[in-house]
Design a protein around this ligand. Sequence first.
Ligand SMILES: Cc1ncc(COP(=O)(O)O)c(C=O)c1O
Length: 456
Amino acid sequence: MQGTAESKLATLPNIKTALPGPVAQQVVAHDAQFISPSYTRPYPLVVKRAKGAMIEDVDGNLFLDFNAGVAVCSTGHAHPHVVEAIKKQVDDFIHICSADYYFPQLSQLAEKLSQLAPGAHDKKVHFGNSGAEAVEGAVKLAMYSTRRQKLIAFFGAFHGRTMGALSLTASKFKQRAGFGPQALDVTHIPYANCYRCPYNLTPESCGAQESKGPHCARIIEDLLFKTTVPAEECAAIVIEPIQGEGGYVVPPASFLQTIREIADRHGILVIADEVQSGFGRTGKMYASEHFDFVPDILTSAKGIASGLPLSATIARADLMNWSPGAHASTFGGNPVAIAASLATLELLEDGLIENAAKMGAYLLEGLTALMDKHSIIGDVRGKGLMIGIELVKDRQTKEPHAEAQHQVELECFQLGLITLGCGQSTIRLSPPLVIDKDQCDFAIKTIDDAISAVAK
Ligand SMILES: Cc1ncc(COP(=O)(O)O)c(C=O)c1O
């Protein structure tokens, strides 16, 4: 599964130099001279090549990748089946502009995506290049088809950085600072974070276990529609079924279901942003399935083409009835990315989704056990291979431990494990779906060692 015979890398880390090594230092210095400083590099990983779940850096150090290019390389780096599909497509033709001309694989992939997205209804697909573009498409479609303009989104949400998507994003102030007023009319409310309930309620006291649904969802009808958001002007509620950049937060199913019910009562559309949680990552094709949640529009990107830029806005066929020219892009649905996506789907359906569920459960158990040893672990949560470890200064007060998050991330890097923070103080694990048990054991031990070093 993890590479052709001649290009195989070992499957566990091997750090040979002090990090960053001498070549990596040169690259980082050159990069600082020419690359936008708005990029957020947590540590100096400088890649030379990568196969499966392994990355070799420019100094010959070998890392285990538990980030996958931020949840993108779903089938592992350079999976031979994906590489073969890409090479074949490059030989045939590289680009044709899907918005103006036809090629068979475009609608073949769209048909597959329509079948795999939640809900038995007919669907249609618009292809873009990035997660933000898929979100832009979803919001434009919602506004176009409802002729309404207001949107509801959630604190902690990340939907991208283009001006429309940025209006929905409410993850970190740095992403907003300096960019003026919101381009879209979005009202944000707290997400269902039961570990830190924004209303100081519990699942037992908030209504989550009753038919009325949790307070954090009901507030849309009880407060928003009575004050700032007239329901008849609201086009859509935009939600991540599992919050990603906001901290890998898993809501109770009743939160999503209550939102669905409220939206239905008022003719409002529900957009599920599955850019990070989709494509097998959570042990199901889409995270929505864990919650019996059926959105009207779903956005998919990141893992969809194993690393080539592709995104999809998948909508109810009766909604996606906009006129020619209303929305399109030159590169969206590029043939090489479409080929990579078709190959990715074959691998996911051939066992990788199952592996994500299995390895995810194994990891979750091993990481949860670390809570007995390390009091700075406040919470371990996730579905499949979308796992967050939230670090706190004190389990009672739950004060986020942002410094520890950064230090653990750095320590893991030094030990050969690639992770990335998310939320205020969460270590995010989003490895390729090809990882095996030995790699999970290495990750658990390394996180254990890293926390021991940081918490001492
Ligand atoms: C849920 C979600 N939506 C949208 C985006 C934006 O995707 P991109 O960076 O490809 O524009 C991201 C990226 O992290 C995401 O996690």
